[in-house]
Design a protein around this ligand. Structure first.
Ligand code: GLN
Length: 230
């Protein structure tokens, strides 16, 4: 299980969001607090952000804690919308930068915490990697992010062992699903953080219940239960 983080609000630097919090993605790369699958997230990382409406990414197959170049530049990269992740590769998946989230279709940045049987994703074309998460991202992009909840429920029905926590943003909207793993939200006057686990001990963090879709835009948050009918 990887760990991911999304931000939508006033511009903040990647250092502020990813590196500086006491239990942020940097610390989660070697000592996550709530990870249920895997012990650490050493198989790469990715930081994506919107520059206006253009998604930009910096990804790596190496551990985040060893990246002095990112640590040097991250304080100078600020954005109103960020999707970042640290990766613990599922056994059998390639360890390469192109398998690290966030994935993109040129409009959205998408991260996946979890695992899915690739045979439950038939007909996917043009994925960034053969990694299960890259195929799932491609499937969601092909169906349209509007149908995120339906795609997750459908894939979850065809692979009951799947864990499908998705985080996806386009600069003005951010959506996430909970399906088998943890997700927490910190909603403040400055914006909304969605993260696999709280990055500090702020008492305003709330846990999102499993099998839900959460969507935020314009400072509003909406939570809906996903359809889990067989
Ligand atoms: N299955 C994905 C991968 O191999 C995601 C792994 C995870 O969430 N740890 O990268």
């Amino acid at each position: 299980m990887c760990r991911h983080l999304g931000w939508l609000g006033r511009p903040r630097t990647l250092a502020e969001l990813v590196l500086q919090p006491p239990y942020g993605l940097l610390v989660q790369s070697y000592a996550p607090r709530r990870q249920k699958h895997g012990l650490l997230n050493a198989d790469g990382w990715g930081a994506g952000f919107f520059d206006g409406t253009t998604p930009r990414r910096w990804r790596s197959a190496a551990p985040l804690w060893g990246d002095a170049s990112f640590a040097s530049v991250a304080p100078a990269l600020a954005s109103h919308c960020v999707v970042a992740a640290v990766r613990s590769a599922t056994v059998g998946m390639p360890i390469e930068a192109s398998a690290a989230a966030p994935f993109t279709d040129g409009t959205w940045l998408l991260s996946h915490n979890g695992v899915v049987d690739r045979t439950a994703l038939p007909g996917v074309t043009a994925a960034e990697s053969v990694c299960d998460s890259a195929l799932l991202a491609a499937a969601i992009f092909e169906s349209g992010v509007e149908s995120l909840g339906a795609v997750v429920a459908e894939v979850g029905a065809s692979d009951p062992a799947a864990r499908l926590n998705i985080l996806v943003a386009n600069g003005t909207r951010m959506l996430a699903t909970t399906w088998g793993d943890t997700l927490s939200m910190l909603h403040s006057a400055d914006g909304v953080v969605l993260a696999s686990e709280p990055y500090d001990d702020d008492p305003r963090w709330v846990d999102i219940p499993d099998r839900h879709l959460i969507e935020t835009s314009g400072g509003e948050v909406r939570l809906t239960a996903l359809d889990t009918a067989p």
